[in-house]
Design a protein around this ligand. Sequence first.
Ligand SMILES: [Zn+2]
Length: 180
Amino acid sequence: MALLRIRKFPDPVLKQNAEPVENIDGSLATLLDSMAQTMYAAPGIGLAAPQIGESRRIVVLDTDHENPGKNLLKLINPEIVETSGSVIFEEGCLSVIDYTADVKRAEKVLFRAWTPEQKQIEIEADDLLAIAIQHEIDHLDGKLFIDRISRLKRELYRRKLQKMIKEGKADGHRPSAVRI
Ligand SMILES: [Zn+2]
């Protein structure tokens, strides 16, 4: 297994609508393992394939900080079936450096996906898992959390990032943020 390079905004692969997986095979399982390793090393609680440059509908998620690996989810073609309520949460992202923002999402979601063992699963999620799965599915649809904030805030971030890149400071992370 290898650690994969995480793509950062404004990499164009993050804007693409990812392709559904048609074959669940060994190479896909290997890719999911490498994605999980990359997510833990980052560290983050979720990683979608476009974030490592693969425009395919696969995601790894682990919101259980206390027992890393125990509740690891490897999801293929995940989709949200039902949502309810709404909640605002301060999100960060492994692909958006040095920035967090309050994002409004559904509070509870029912989602469906395939596993590397070719089983279809359905999960009722709330709290952090509900937020994380919505954030990851956004990645598969070519969307970042900064696409869900106001244009003004997004523009201010864009300028801040350009300045950081110019000054060679664009490699830092805010360790306090929950990065999905
Ligand atoms: Zn993200």
